[in-house]
Design a protein around this ligand. Sequence first.
Ligand SMILES: C[S@@+](CC[C@H](N)C(=O)[O-])C[C@H]1O[C@@H](n2cnc3c(N)ncnc32)[C@H](O)[C@@H]1O
Length: 232
Amino acid sequence: MTDQHPTRSTEAFFGRRKGKQLRERQAEGLEKLLPSLRLDLHSQPPADVADLFPVSVDTVRLEIGFGGGEHLVHRAEETPSTGFIGVEPFVNSMAKLLSRVDELGLSNIRVYDDDATEVLDWLPDASIDRIDLLYPDPWPKRKHWKRRFVSQVNLARFHRVLKPEGLFCFASDIDTYVNWTLLHCRDHGGFDWQARQSSDWLTPFEGWPGTRYENKARREGRSSAYLTFRRV
Ligand SMILES: C[S@@+](CC[C@H](N)C(=O)[O-])C[C@H]1O[C@@H](n2cnc3c(N)ncnc32)[C@H](O)[C@@H]1O
């Protein structure tokens, strides 16, 4: 854990942490499961992040801002031999995820309920196989673009924690954010965009279950882009 105090240029959470009051069952789930599934960033990370999971896993993925958790749960069920770290500061979303984890008995998920940059700074170098950043808060107004999660500071974090050849997958329905991410990755130089033709970024990732924000965007008439970068 770094001793540095977060500053506006290093932290990346600007949203709401709480919504409407939790239902009793959700509050109980949060109280019961969060303490055991939450990463303890005050402890040293294990040399092998697979050891964060009580089951044997051969790859580890990080999902930043999982929202309703539909994608995270789907992936965790689909690939029990992959460990997932899900990060989401919004309490109601965390409660919802944990109640699904409990219902389904998933043991390949660990969570963190605050800013993902803290997890990124805690993780060892070259420890993660894939980072999913799916429909990050778009901050569509130009004066707010600097709040976007994709920044040179955060790409440097991604680059440090991803294994060589690891993937950074990004989805958004906001054109300016898609362009922003392409330009930032190009300028960083350590991410190779995998698309060769337009269908590559217009087609969702393999096995894609969709997300709540994507459904909302579609209802409002916005299509999405799916960008895959390989860490070089
Ligand atoms: C637009 S929502 C998308 C949620 C989900 N991925 C989906 O597609 O439905 C963005 C999410 O990112 C979370 N978020 C924003 N800043 C974050 C940060 N610094 N670290 C982790 N999560 C963050 C928000 O709380 C919110 O739930």
